[in-house]
Structure formats: structure tokens, C-alpha cells
Design a protein around this ligand. Sequence first.
Ligand SMILES: NC(=O)c1ccc[n+]([C@@H]2O[C@H](COP(=O)([O-])OP(=O)(O)OC[C@H]3O[C@@H](n4cnc5c(N)ncnc54)[C@H](O)[C@@H]3O)[C@@H](O)[C@H]2O)c1
Ligand SMILES: O=C(O)[C@H](O)CO
Length: 294
Amino acid sequence: MKIGFIGLGIMGKPMSKNLVKAGYSLVVRDHNVSNEAELVELGATVAKTPKEVAEQVDVLITMVPNSPQVKEVCLGANGIIEGAKPGLIVIDMSSIAPLASREVHDALAAKGIKMLDAPVSGGEPKAIEGTLSVMVGGDKAVFDQCYDIMKAMAGSVVHTGDIGAGNVTKLANQVIVALNIAAMSEALSLATKAGVNPELVYQAIRGGLAGSTVLDAKAPMVLDRNFKPGFRIDLHIKDLANALDTSHEIGAHLPLTAAVMEMMQALKVDGQGTSDHSALACYYEKLAKVEITR
Ligand SMILES: NC(=O)c1ccc[n+]([C@@H]2O[C@H](COP(=O)([O-])OP(=O)(O)OC[C@H]3O[C@@H](n4cnc5c(N)ncnc54)[C@H](O)[C@@H]3O)[C@@H](O)[C@H]2O)c1
Ligand SMILES: O=C(O)[C@H](O)CO
């Protein structure tokens, strides 16, 4: 089976490499052509536009930043919609607004193209390991057809509902991750200001109730002063904006998300939008006049 992969950034590159490892033959495309080279070395071929990718494949995965890029790749000039073979399935694995997933799905469906929204969690390390968590919205029969492809990049692949449900699940994930990083930063700045070594605080609490995947992934980055992304603050702002917009549309209430969004915006204004989201700790450090380090 031939698979297309559009968007070979921090996540898309290792994810597509795992598809090659699993024996799939790939046609790839990225705005930034230098990102294509490593896949070509592994035997993938390159197409110049999403339309050209769609002409050659049975399943096409997209992994681009946000809703406008997914719309451009799927529905824009030289987009997937212009080149799709009959029966093409699009799996959008980007984290985007659920409403945008439904709009793109409906536009593709009008041309007979099927689509799942299947965002992921686990970051670059799990993308490399092939142990991502995939949360999927869309028709269950299409999900079943694509399960093995998604599993080649993942530890778990869960169908959470109709189209858009994958991205609703991802927004929930992003709220939990953002609030956890804020809680960790708040706690470690308190300990540091109180004169207790934050490394020892981390070691003491990580096995207790305050322990978490986020704490283990992000506290060492803060303690090492390593804010290389990973997951950029500007992408997390995008997700929290999508969560807040969605909550306003449906009448949910996200006061903690709104507060953390403001902190991330302040860091972005300060020039840290391209740092890893663990740099949220710097917001607290600046106010408390401390550095959380080993
Ligand atoms: N980095 C993470 O830890 C992480 C984890 C889970 C989910 N995500 C989500 O995955 C998606 C990708 O994130 P990333 O960190 O890999 O971002 P990235 O910026 O590293 O990669 C995005 C890639 O898409 C390409 N691109 C953008 N527009 C394009 C277009 N129109 N046509 C072709 N290529 C295009 C860019 O050149 C880039 O290589 C985002 O939605 C993000 O929120 C990221
Ligand atoms: O869950 C994750 O992998 C991060 O929050 C980035 O989306």
C-alpha cells in the first residue's frame, strides 16, 4: 500500500520514518524541502504539491501546524482534493480546531474522499519510539481500515467518536498538559524561593501522588535549563486558543486554561514563542526572581 505524508517537521519526520520501518512505501512533501532529504535516503519519493501526492497514494497523512495549513493542503490550489484517486483516505494527524476538521471532512466527502481526524500525544521522544497515543474521530469502518497504519506509529490508537472527536480529545489533552506544566512550575518556584533544592523536591515527589508523565518529561528540562523544542510555546498557544474558542462555542468554562494562556502569551511577547513549553517555568522565575536549576 502507498502512503502519502505531508508535513515532515519535529513530529512528522519520525512518524513517517516509522511507517517506512513498518514496510510501507511513502510519497512525501514538506514546504521546507530540506526536511524531505532524510526520507528520500530511506527510499521515499517526493512530490511537489499535495495534489501530486494524492494522485499516487491510497492513504494520505497530514501533520502540519494548524487549521489554516490543513485547509490549504486539503482544499487549496493544488490541494489533495484536486488529485485524489477514488477511495482515497486522508488521516489528518495535526492538532487543529474540531470545527475545522468537520469542515474539511465535509468538503472532501463531497468529492468522495474519506477523512479521519487523528491527532497525537507523546511529543518527539514518543514519535521517535513509535509509541504515540493517537485519538481518532471519524467513521468507525474507516478507523478499522486505517488502524494498522496508525498503530505503526503508536502505542495506543483509540476511536473517540465522529469526525472532530479526535481533536476535541486532543484539546482536553492540551489543557491537562498546560495546566500540569504550570502547576509544576509554580511548585518548583515555591521550593526554590524557600531555599530547598528543586532537584531534590522533584526526586522526592515523583513517585507520589504529584508524580506524572508531564513532571517526568518536563522537570528535568527545566532543571537542565534545556528549552529546545520539543513542543513550541507558540503551538501550545494555538491549542489553548482552539480550546477557548471551542469552549465559547459550546458554553463550557475553562478559567485555568485562560490563565495559563495569558502566561504563555507573556512569554511569547518576551521572545520565547519558539522555546519548549517547559519554558513556562521562566514566567514564574521572573516574578519570584529565582532560577529553578540543579
Ligand atoms: N512537537 C510536539 O511535541 C507535538 C506533539 C503532538 C502534536 N503536535 C502537533 O503536531 C503538528 C505538527 O507539529 P510539529 O511540532 O511537528 O511542528 P513543526 O513546525 O516542526 O512541523 C510542521 C511541518 O509542516 C510543514 N508545513 C507547514 N505548512 C505546510 C504546507 N502547507 N505544506 C507542506 N508542509 C507544510 C512545515 O514546513 C513543517 O516542517 C501540530 O499540529 C502540533 O500541534 C506536536
Ligand atoms: O501531548 C503532547 O504531546 C504535547 O502536549 C504536544 O501536543
